[in-house]
Design a protein around this ligand. Structure first.
Ligand SMILES: Nc1nc2c(ncn2[C@@H]2O[C@H](COP(=O)(O)OP(=O)(O)OP(=O)(O)O)[C@@H](O)[C@H]2O)c(=O)[nH]1
Ligand SMILES: [Mg+2]
Length: 186
């Protein structure tokens, strides 16, 4: 059983916990805002992702991190051995475009993860402004895979895109393992 560790990071109150609950099929509903203290670790069982030719099984952990800068001291511990980073932001707030650059730099670049291991989610809370799909991300964020999430309108789109992302992470892990095996026998 291989553990796959995926971090959810980004500014506070954007909906990281709501999304992580939804994607991990937690029964917790959406209530009033409770800031995440440090981190919550959610187990995510997704049996049909586990099918691959080698019969390897995967256990996913979603690490839902608190966005408050006061937890910065915990970040190095959270980042350790992570396989993927999901950055969630609010597309209605122009300041977030700048802010997510910092999250990207700290959690992806400084950790030397590949851009393909990072997923950007523009999370639309209900009742938010309509014209928010037309923003442009500054470089280097424009190289990243960006998806929009709207749990009230298109919940299954988000789920499908997230599963695609997890599959790409697993493919990458498998390739790495194959390379390691090759380097041992050659
Ligand atoms: N109805 C609805 N409310 C949402 C949605 N996303 C976020 N909210 C509201 O926004 C609040 C904050 O969302 P959280 O998921 O707790 O925010 P967070 O990013 O985890 O915040 P921190 O833990 O402080 O970093 C929630 O308590 C909800 O009230 C959504 O898709 N639908
Ligand atoms: Mg939270």
């Amino acid at each position: 059983m291989l553990k796959v560790k995926i971090l959810f990071v980004g500014p506070s109150e954007v909906g990281k916990s709501v999304l992580a609950n939804f994607l991990s099929e937690s029964t917790e509903g959406i209530g009033s805002y409770i800031p995440t203290q440090g981190v919550r670790i959610l187990e995510y069982e997704k049996p049909h992702i586990n099918e691959n030719s080698k019969g390897t099984e995967y256990r996913f952990e979603l690490w839902d991190c608190g966005g408050d800068p006061k937890f910065e001291a915990c970040w190095p511990a959270l980042m350790k051995d992570s396989h993927g980073v999901v950055i969630v932001f609010n597309p209605d707030l122009p300041s977030h475009l700048k802010e997510i650059e910092t999250w990207y730099s700290c959690f992806v670049q400084q950790q030397q993860l590949l851009d393909s291991q990072c997923l950007l989610i523009a999370h639309h809370k209900p009742g938010s402004g309509g014209d928010t799909e037309n923003f442009t991300l500054p470089s280097p964020l424009n190289r990243l895979h960006l998806i929009h999430s709207s749990l009230e309108e298109e919940p299954e789109d988000v789920r499908m895109e997230f599963v695609k992302y997890l599959k790409s992470i697993i493919n990458w892990m498998n390739e790495n393992r194959d390379k390691e095996e090759m380097s041992i026998i050659t």
